[in-house]
Ligand binder design. Structure first.
Ligand SMILES: Nc1ncnc2c1ncn2[C@@H]1O[C@H](COP(=O)(O)OP(=O)(O)O)[C@@H](O)[C@H]1O
Ligand SMILES: O=c1ccn([C@@H]2O[C@H](COP(=O)(O)OP(=O)(O)O)[C@@H](O)[C@H]2O)c(=O)[nH]1
Ligand SMILES: [Mg+2]
Length: 229
């Protein structure tokens, strides 16, 4: 039986962008410039959420509207499989099992992309998926995200979307998606909660039309735009 309930995130530490509490959130925005300008490196936004929660779909809209450079960790790994690299078979088997590829492999792919780009704003989609991933990124890159978007979606909806995705992915089947949901709860939710505690998490209600959901994302980026340009 799939859960209908949303995941429990430390609500008081996460900004929830809804029409109802936007006013409350706005009162925090004066603090955002320090948060965003604090580091010397590029602006980094991590995009998290369960399988099929709409991360990739919303990232495409963020790129179009705000010009961030989109790096999908899953896409980088699939590209690695397609290029017959030395890690290809291990990555393929890990993805089929719905498990997480060793941090060093994923971080090094992200690092290569970031270092060969002259972009100042990155959208890192589907990473970090575990506390170990997060620690490896911080250690290897010497950087933390400025903000983290969390697409919060009921499990039943995520399963339906994945099973109807139609991109020919080896992991878009009921067995893998069930495993992925377990991995998401056990390993990814702690990362999301970590960023909530750090005051970096923006929770987006991922149910609704693509445009309705993007309006919530827009509210986050509209405020940040002042300081990321
Ligand atoms: N708001 C939405 N409502 C219905 N289907 C959606 C919505 N957003 C995305 N989808 C579809 O759901 C599937 C999964 O979306 P995707 O962006 O790939 O999610 P993720 O990257 O989080 O796995 C895709 O087929 C996509 O077209
Ligand atoms: O940082 C990452 C990102 C992805 N994956 C693997 O790649 C799969 C697909 O990830 P993707 O983000 O493409 O899936 P989505 O959540 O978009 O469906 C995951 O289940 C993992 O097996 C991983 O190991 N580490
Ligand atoms: Mg995706």
């Amino acid at each position: 039986m799939l859960g209908q309930q949303r995941y429990i995130i430390l609500a008081d530490a996460s900004y929830s962008i809804t029409a109802y509490n936007l006013k409350i959130w706005e009162s925090f925005t004066t603090e955002i410039p320090t948060q965003v300008k604090g580091g010397k490196g590029p602006f980094i936004c991590f995009v998290l959420g369960g399988p099929g929660s709409g991360k990739g779909t919303q990232c495409a809209k963020i790129v179009k509207n705000y010009g961030l450079t989109h790096l999908s960790a899953g896409e980088l790994l699939r590209r690695e499989i397609a290029s017959n690299s030395e890690y290809g078979t291990t990555i393929l088997n890990t993805i089929k099992e719905g498990k997480i590829v060793p941090s060093e492999v994923t971080v090094s792919l992200i690092q290569k992309e970031m270092e060969s780009s002259d972009s100042k704003k990155f959208l890192i989609d589907g990473f970090p998926r575990s506390e170990e991933n997060r620690a490896a990124f911080e250690r290897i890159m010497g950087a933390e995200p400025d903000i983290v978007l969390f697409f919060d979606c009921p499990e039943e909806e995520m399963v339906n979307r994945v099973l109807n995705r139609n991109e020919g992915r080896v992991d878009d089947n009921i067995d893998t998606v069930r495993k992925r949901l377990q991995v998401f709860k056990a390993l990814n939710l702690p990362v999301i909660n970590y960023y909530a505690r750090r005051g970096k998490l923006y929770t987006i209600n991922a149910v609704g039309t693509v445009d309705e959901i993007f309006e919530q994302v827009r509210a986050v980026f509209a405020a940040l735009k002042l300081v990321t340009e």
